[in-house]
Design a binder for this molecule. Structure first.
Ligand code: ZN
Length: 148
């Protein structure tokens, strides 16, 4: 799938679901990177996982003070994940994980907010120096919770 096909088809789907704050290219870039790596789009059956994650991201966006959620990384295609040394069963392969920044908040504060979510026992939450990893592992049949 080309980058423009992905943008068009995925954004149409997100729009049909009333999703306005997240877009196709945040979920996944497609095409060749500056380093010559070819990034493939996720299969459409994975988009449902992205939509579940978006519910959580919208919740975090509204928490305390509404501020934008910046996406560092969301879907990774398997060959790219392998190339960067990602773990083999990374939740990023499922569309159900994202590395995020909530503007105006430190990553540990975002991790603490996620703990307050009613479904937090189904989450994987990773607290890093510059971002917070959130995934919905328990909502897609993986064992949960996980914290690191
Ligand atoms: Zn991550």
């Amino acid at each position: 799938m080309t980058r423009s096909d992905w943008k068009e088809i995925c954004n149409e789907e997100l729009c049909a679901l009333g999703i306005q704050n997240f877009s196709a290219l945040e979920i996944c870039d497609v095409g060749r990177t500056a380093n010559g790596v070819e990034l493939a789009a996720p299969t459409f059956d994975l988009l449902g996982n992205a939509v579940k994650l978006i519910d959580v991201l919208e919740w975090i966006r509204e928490y305390e003070v509404r501020t934008p959620i910046l996406i560092n990384s969301w879907y990774r295609d398997p060959s790219y994940n392998y190339e960067i040394g990602g773990v083999a069963r990374s939740m990023h392969l499922t569309c159900g994980a994202a590395d995020i920044v909530k503007v105006g908040y430190e990553p540990y504060q975002v991790a603490a907010m996620l703990e307050a979510h009613p479904l937090s026992d189904q989450f994987g939450i990773g607290n890093y120096n510059t971002f917070t990893h959130i995934d919905i592992r328990g909502m897609i049949g993986r064992s949960s919770p996980a914290r690191w």
